[in-house]
Design a protein around this ligand. Structure first.
Ligand code: MN
Length: 561
């Protein structure tokens, strides 16, 4: 079971500084390190003008000049974009931009997730050369691809890298590198996602060469920047907070046919689209395309200008997403059958028959089921067995760092989500190695605490309270949706619902107006037995659903204990 702790309340002095806000808002701000009236004012002010000048980015001028030259000489341009829900919207941004500035001679290249993998690769570079391109513009990748970039130069092409990944000491010989994370880049905000950087290049280009383009035209692209910013897990602070907010605003009025089809298919309420609609509905569908071996499909859908075509593409993507779910569910079932319900400190499973692109989703689910880090591998093209890992406590990088490099050949990622490559002849040692590493680290590690933002009374949950909370959004990484504790509340009615009877709804005696919902959980899935009439503690988030056009205030359960 998790251990919960309520964040300490504010001192009198701290409260005094934020006196123009309610107790709740002041406390939520304070725990986000927003502790002065100036910072609070800044936090609540969303103005497009607050975005930094794109010309502060290193090489932006050089990049713009090179694009201009390509347009003037009618050189073919290839946009090479990553296949995920950051790269794909970025490709749409570049495609819209090039079209707008009158370029017809360009192509979009999105690599195959399983066969080509992340970033540039030499075969792709050769193909791009054969297609007649003279200039390559990367989106959301490229900063680490030193050898591929040498090849691009050898083949007589130029490359502009736009990326937001850590440069990790390598120094690719690109024509221009636009990446705020470069040491010598003075750009004040280092946290943009890949699409954010691509958008900045567009802004920079238009500020120099965009005289014929209507002022502010680029704001139309913010729906794509918004999706990418919310999908790519970049902190929603500073510029990203504004981009996410404007992104949602543009998503509310986007004319993109592909998006409208997705909204319709999944009953997303366009006028009230939220960050959760993006995260739970749009992002997984964009990712489904590459996971199921058709990365271009998501790009085609988002950039489609045709009514009939977009309808067909949306249905295809929907089918593909269902297939993806089916594959993932089958793999999870297979693993669970194999492992049974024994206790284990790490879940390890794999098969050369599984697509590496699905392993992250499988690992996610197994972390939940076994309450332990999960390492799941499959095989793509080539020799290596590629896997994904997820965790709920220990840092994955710490774990993999302890494993013999003869077993885990290479790895990358963050504390909570990563990827790794295993040598086929040492895969039998993987489980023991990981288990040993986890055991050692668990000894060193202190207990994992889960912080609750504030304790509330159920009777206080109403529209007014929701409005206060909502004003702090958009929520996501770096600005989480607040968790509240409702202590000793009494279930009056417990129901399971949904086609597969796998969700639970509870009405509590203390506030019958607000429904409490636990998705993908039945009453048996909680660590305690829940019964009508027996008081329990509820940890949850207050939100509003617009499903089927029926606004409904509700509490989403995080845990019952
Ligand atoms: Mn990215």
């Amino acid at each position: 079971m998790k251990r919960y702790e309520i964040r300490e309340s504010m001192s009198k002095e701290a409260r005094e500084k934020l006196k123009e806000y309610s107790d709740l808002v002041a406390e939520l701000l304070y725990h986000r390190d927003i502790d002065t009236p100036e910072k609070a004012k800044d936090f609540f002010e969303f103005s497009y003008e607050k975005l930094h000048n794109p010309n502060l980015l290193k090489d932006i001028d050089k990049a713009s000049d090179r694009i201009k030259k390509a347009l003037d000489n009618n050189e073919k341009i290839c946009v090479f974009a990553d296949y995920d829900a950051d790269g794909i919207p970025g490709a749409v941004i570049m495609s819209d931009f090039l079209t707008k500035v009158g370029c017809e001679n360009f192509e979009i290249y999105i690599p195959h997730r399983n066969n080509e993998g992340f970033g540039l690769n030499k075969k792709a570079v050769e193909k791009i050369k054969e297609s007649g391109a003279r200039l390559i513009i990367t989106v959301d990748c490229g900063i680490a691809d030193v050898e591929e970039i040498d090849l691009i130069n050898e083949l007589g092409m130029d490359v502009i890298i736009t990326d937001h990944h850590e440069p990790n000491g390598k120094d690719p010989k690109a024509y221009a590198i636009v990446n705020p994370k470069q040491d010598d880049c003075k750009y004040p905000d280092k946290n943009l996602c890949g699409s954010g950087v691509a958008f900045k290049l567009v802004q920079g280009y238009l500020s120099k060469y965009g005289n014929d383009i209507p002022d502010g035209w680029e704001k139309n692209l913010l729906d794509m920047v918004g999706i990418a910013t919310l999908s790519d897990m970049v902190p929603l602070q500073g510029e990203n907070r504004i981009l996410a907010k404007y992104g949602l605003t543009i998503l509310q009025m986007t004319p993109r046919r592909g998006l409208l089809k997705l909204y319709k298919l999944y009953r997303v309420n366009q006028r009230n689209i939220t960050e959760d609609d993006v995260g739970f509905t749009i992002t997984p569908r964009i990712n489904a395309a590459s996971r199921m071996d058709e990365p271009k499909l998501a790009f085609d859908l988002l950039s489609s200008k045709e009514e009939v075509e977009s309808e067909i593409l949306a249905k295809k993507l929907d089918k593909m997403n269902d297939e993806r779910k089916g594959h993932v569910a089958a793999i999870i079932k297979e693993i669970k059958k194999d492992l049974g319900d024994q206790e284990m400190n790490v879940v390890v499973a794999g098969s050369p028959k599984w697509k590496p692109s699905l392993m992250g989703l499988v690992a996610n689910s197994l972390v939940e089921s076994y309450n332990a880090p999960a390492f799941i591998w499959g095989r793509g093209e080539g020799e290596g067995l590629k896997g994904s890992c997820r965790t709920n406590g220990l840092s994955l990088l710490d774990i993999m760092n302890k494993v013999d490099p003869k077993v885990i050949e290479s790895y990358g990622g963050h504390e909570g989500a990563g990827g790794f490559v295993v040598k086929a002849d040492s895969v039998d040692f993987l489980k023991d190695e990981l288990s040993k590493a986890v055991e050692e680290l668990s000894k060193e590690k202190k207990e994992n605490l889960f912080f609750i933002d504030k304790q509330l009374e159920l009777k206080d949950v109403d529209e007014r309270l929701y409005k206060e909370i909502e004003a702090l959004g958009p929520f996501g990484v770096g600005n989480h949706k607040p968790f509240f504790l409702f202590e000793s509340v009494t279930p009056e009615e417990i129901k399971v619902f949904g086609k597969q009877k796998n969700h639970t709804s509870i009405v509590f005696k203390e506030n019958r107006n607000v429904k409490t919902i636990a998705f993908f959980k039945t009453p048996e899935d909680f660590s305690i037995k829940i019964e009508e009439g027996k008081p329990i503690n509820l940890v949850g988030q207050i939100e509003k659903s617009y499903f089927m056009n029926r606004p409904e205030l509700r509490i989403k359960v995080e845990d019952l204990y």
